[in-house]
Design a binder for this molecule. Structure first.
Ligand SMILES: [Zn+2]
Length: 178
């Protein structure tokens, strides 16, 4: 059984992190708001970046992520719970796991730096996945737009022809009721 290092009434420092909104250049277009897609025949297409344009009217060239900073907070322990495997402290509603609770601010900051770095790394992994996934989606989306453009041209041609036929029909003398 783990031994609690602190008791009710002790003032402790808890290692945590805070997340701030940080703006950084778009990892896909690097601020250019467009990317170049090279087709198999070497033809280069410039298409709007939809990574920084997602949910916006047009690409912004930057993205907003949550940046993680280490932080420490002081608490007065008002409950200590000990289980077979771990010790947990509590201060009001805040649960303080023993491995992140320290007597000094400095020790808590060392741990907070570790905690923040690992949180940042796991968020970066998610962002990196998003970036790769987005890049992989590009040829598909370019192909999709090409198909849509062709379908729209075909539709336009058809309607134009039908309109001509209508006009041509109108030029004919009206049928008599013979
Ligand atoms: Zn972009």
């Amino acid at each position: 059984m783990s031994e609690p290092q602190f008791k009710i009434g002790d003032f402790v420092w808890f290692a945590c992190y805070v997340a701030d909104d940080l703006q950084r250049p778009c990892p896909i277009c690097f601020g250019k708001k467009a990317v170049t897609l090279i087709l198999g025949n070497g033809e280069a297409w410039i298409i709007a970046c939809d990574y920084c344009g997602k949910g916006e009217i047009s690409p912004r060239g930057f993205v907003t992520d949550r940046g993680i900073r280490p932080a420490v907070r002081g608490y007065t322990i008002d409950r200590v719970s000990v289980s077979a495997t771990e010790v947990e402290y509590q201060s009001d509603c805040q649960i303080l796991s023993a491995d992140r609770t320290f007597a000094t601010r400095e020790d808590a900051m060392v741990k907070a730096t570790e905690v923040a770095a690992s949180e940042q790394a796991s968020r970066d992994k998610i962002i990196e996945y998003g970036v790769r996934h987005n890049a992989k989606g590009k040829p598909w989306s370019a192909g999709y737009h090409m198909r849509e453009a062709k379908a729209a041209r075909d539709r336009a041609e058809l309607h134009e022809r039908l309109a001509h036929e209508c006009r041509a029909a109108k030029k004919e003398p009206a049928c008599s009721s013979a």
